[in-house]
Write a protein that binds this ligand. Structure first.
Ligand code: DHB
Ligand code: MG
Length: 221
């Protein structure tokens, strides 16, 4: 659970520094209509994703896990009018909520939502020879993190940035013996990144409205 102090600081920065406009508020609030309410990133984290994608010069973004499309809208704004975001979502109900939000945000034309198991959707993109992506955000079912990283490595160019959400989980990530498959999914993907000669990576802990969690940030050489 997020402490009151963490919440207060997030709200301070979000209200002063981060532009969370009405379309984003609509998307955030619509999380209640998805299969996983309140799982979207915080506003300052959404802005961080937008900035990272812009710093990477991203024109093509791939997202694993859409839910209500809150982070997708930040990423669609990052890529600009000529950019493209493909977002992979298991649940048709979530995808429908997200697509309504993309319309409200005026970014529907930049986003393609693919419904189905994300490993299968990514395999299809690989098979179809999709143009390489510049930026990948992995934020879906955590046990599949290693599979999503493997797919991302087949779908990205040199210099591409890969960000993975929810890698701290209230500190549980440090427990090698954890029985939580989500924790083991994070530990496995961290090990894969460390072992991959073509990837540099680090992890940053975060506190705020979303509690104590964190992000892995990796880059293809
Ligand atoms: C969970 C998943 C998320 O993507 C998130 O941001 C928070 C929690 C979860 O699986 O518990
Ligand atoms: Mg997440």
């Amino acid at each position: 659970e997020a402490s009151d102090a963490w919440r207060t600081v997030d709200r301070y920065f979000t209200s002063t520094l981060v532009g969370e406009d009405s379309a984003l508020v609509v998307a955030r609030d619509s999380g209640d209509k998805t299969t996983m309410p309140n799982a979207e990133v915080a506003a300052n984290q959404g802005a961080f994703l937008e900035l990272l994608a812009q710093i990477a010069g991203a024109r093509r973004v791939l997202e694993f896990g859409t839910l209500a499309g809150y982070s997708t809208i930040w990423l669609a704004r990052a890529v600009g009018e000529q950019g493209h975001v493909i977002t992979l979502e298991l649940e048709p109900q979530n995808a429908a909520v997200a697509e309504a939000n993309f319309h409200v945000a005026g970014v529907s034309h930049r986003i393609e939502t693919i419904v189905g198991p994300a490993t299968e959707s990514a395999e299809r993109l690989i098979h179809d020879g999709a143009e390489p992506f510049d930026f990948v955000f992995i934020d879906a079912d955590k046990p599949n993190n290693p599979a999503y990283l493997a797919a991302a490595l087949k779908l990205t160019r040199s210099g591409a940035v890969i960000v993975i959400d929810n890698v701290v989980r209230n500190g549980a990530v440090a427990d090698a013996a954890s029985a939580d498959p989500r924790v083991q999914g994070v530990r496995a993907v961290a090990k894969d990144i460390a072992a991959h000669p073509g990837l540099d990576g680090t992890a940053i802990q975060t506190v705020g409205e979303k509690g104590w969690d964190g992000l892995i940030i990796a880059r293809r050489r």
